[in-house]
Design a protein around this ligand. Structure first.
Ligand code: HEC
Length: 129
């Protein structure tokens, strides 16, 4: 097996494992939908990989959260969906509930969670297609 096949299999296994423990496992399509939405709406602040290093990040106070940090990862889906829907007062994080449907908010969260899984892997993630 090639190295990238091994990485792919590992990542696939991880997603399968975590996914199956959720009530409604995110499907690959919703993660892909979330990726598109994230790149369009969120990456300017939160950065292309959720590290809180988007183009606008340097001019914001407080800085956008690092979405793949342990701090954020430890929060429940409910907590994070609430922030996405309503924004966070006194920060640049706005409310998305009028701009994204419930499904889209879930998809974007599924995408954020998928970033964490790849990052947690001991091996570097496969190059983006
Ligand atoms: C204008 C810049 C900006 C944009 C655009 C933005 N955010 Fe944020 N976001 C922030 C800031 C600032 C915070 C607050 C800092 C913090 O909570 O650590 C934040 C906080 C969050 C949090 C809470 C993190 C935590 O640990 O509680 C989540 C989740 C989040 N954003 C998701 C998103 C999603 C999803 C989008 C796109 C739909 C988005 N953000 C778009 C600036 C932005």
């Amino acid at each position: 097996m090639t190295r990238s096949a091994v990485v792919g299999a590992l990542a696939g296994g991880l997603i399968g494992m975590v996914g199956s423990s959720l009530a409604t496992p995110p499907s690959p399509t919703s993660i892909e939908q979330g990726r598109v939405l994230y790149q369009r709406h969120c990456a300017v602040c939160h950065g292309p990989e959720g590290r809180g290093d988007g183009q606008q990040a340097v001019s914001l106070s407080p800085r956008p959260g690092n979405l793949i940090s342990a701090h954020t990862s430890a929060k429940t889906d409910q907590d994070l969906l609430k922030v996405i829907a309503n924004g966070r007062p006194h920060t640049a994080m706005g409310a998305w509930k009028d701009r994204l449907s419930d499904d889209e908010q879930h998809a974007v969260l599924a995408y954020i969670r998928s970033l964490v899984r790849f990052t947690r892997s001991a091996t570097p993630p496969p190059p983006a297609p």
